[in-house]
Design a protein around this ligand. Structure first.
Ligand code: NAD
Length: 297
């Protein structure tokens, strides 16, 4: 029997523990605050930001939303980030990607005070993660780790294969897997668009993480018997329904399920964990900045 991993259930559990930490902070006069900044007309980005705001509200985290017209010059965004860096009510700053082409993404990430960089993308935080001294683990790969732990799926000594080498998923996922830490100690292979014979690599995986952004590219033929398959992909594909699209992962769920011992669905797999870990990081930020200790899971 293949275990279908329930990301909503794991996320709910984490959020309830994070909510207890919010209460601890609030009892000490600290209300955790997350600022979201959207500089885009992209529908998916708007949806992600509103989901993040809604979860903040549910957990008692204050959310401050800022929208900047995508036609404005980059300086408008940078000035806004500077203000948020200075604002003591804001413990976490998230600039929703993508930003417009005339705004240099790297400059945006470097502008955010690393202590408020709850995405964990500032070079200082990337460095700390790689050095094994993470301040903020990036939300999606951290969520994958929590999900594996919740299902008692051991990483130590096992072969993990990550498909994708992006700065937000693939690279930090690999970095977490190789740490001498819980959820790490895995022998880790990173595959990408230039990998020769991808299937030969993926079939070797005990834990296969798909984060390529290519709809259903990993099928059952590419999955080893008994592997754990984690599908990070969220891809909009045309569909004959009211919205005109549906969401599919990077994994062909039906064929991969035949081989896997455990697998995440899309939706309802990794997605909810990403938001839960953003809340986690925001509370961690509030604790670090206020000096009020919390007991995060
Ligand atoms: P990206 O486009 O930045 O990176 C994709 C990576 O996949 C690249 O490193 C590329 O080398 C690799 N790749 C592309 N095609 C490949 C192929 N045919 N074979 C092997 N490797 C290939 O994407 P990203 O931001 O890392 O996101 C990946 C997917 O995860 C997207 O579908 C995205 O929407 C989704 N995502 C989901 C969450 C979540 O919360 N579940 C969070 C972030 C991203």
């Amino acid at each position: 029997m293949t275990t279908i991993i329930d990301g909503n259930e794991v996320a709910d559990q984490i959020q309830s523990e994070v909510s207890t930490c919010v209460d601890t902070l609030r009892d000490d006069g600290v209300t955790p605050g997350l600022a979201t900044v959207l500089m885009s007309d992209d529908g998916a980005s708007e949806t992600y930001v509103s989901m993040k705001q809604r979860t903040c509200e549910e957990l008692g985290i204050e959310s401050f939303h800022h929208e900047i017209d995508p036609d404005e010059p980059a300086e408008v965004l940078f000035d806004r980030i500077d203000e948020l860096n200075e604002d003591p009510a804001v413990h976490g700053i998230l600039v929703q990607m993508p930003v417009p082409d005339h705004v240099e993404k790297r400059a945006v990430l470097e502008r955010i005070d690393p202590v408020k960089d709850v995405d964990g993308f500032h070079p200082e935080n990337v460095g700390k993660l790689v050095a094994g001294n993470a301040r903020y683990k990036p939300c999606t790969p951290h969520g994958v780790q929590k999900m594996l732990a919740a299902y008692d799926i051991e990483t130590e000594g096992r072969d993990a294969v990550v498909v994708g080498r992006s700065d937000i998923v693939g690279k930090p996922m690999a970095n977490l897997f190789i740490q001498r830490d819980d959820g790490g100690n895995a022998t880790t292979t990173v595959c990408h668009s230039r990998t020769d014979d991808l299937a030969a690599k993926t079939r070797e995986a005990d834990i296969l993480v798909a984060a390529a952004g290519v709809p259903e590219m990993i099928d059952g033929e590419m999955v080893g018997e008994g592997a754990t398959v984690v599908d990070v992909g969220i891809n909009r594909v045309d569909a004959d329904n009211e919205k005109g699209y549906e969401l599919v992962g990077d994994v062909d769920f039906e064929s991969a399920k035949e081989k896997a011992s455990a697998i995440t669905p899309v939706p309802g797999g990794v997605g909810p964990l990403t938001i839960a870990m953003l809340m986690y990081n925001t509370v961690k930020g509030a604790s670090l900045q206020s000096g009020v200790p919390v007991d995060l899971p």
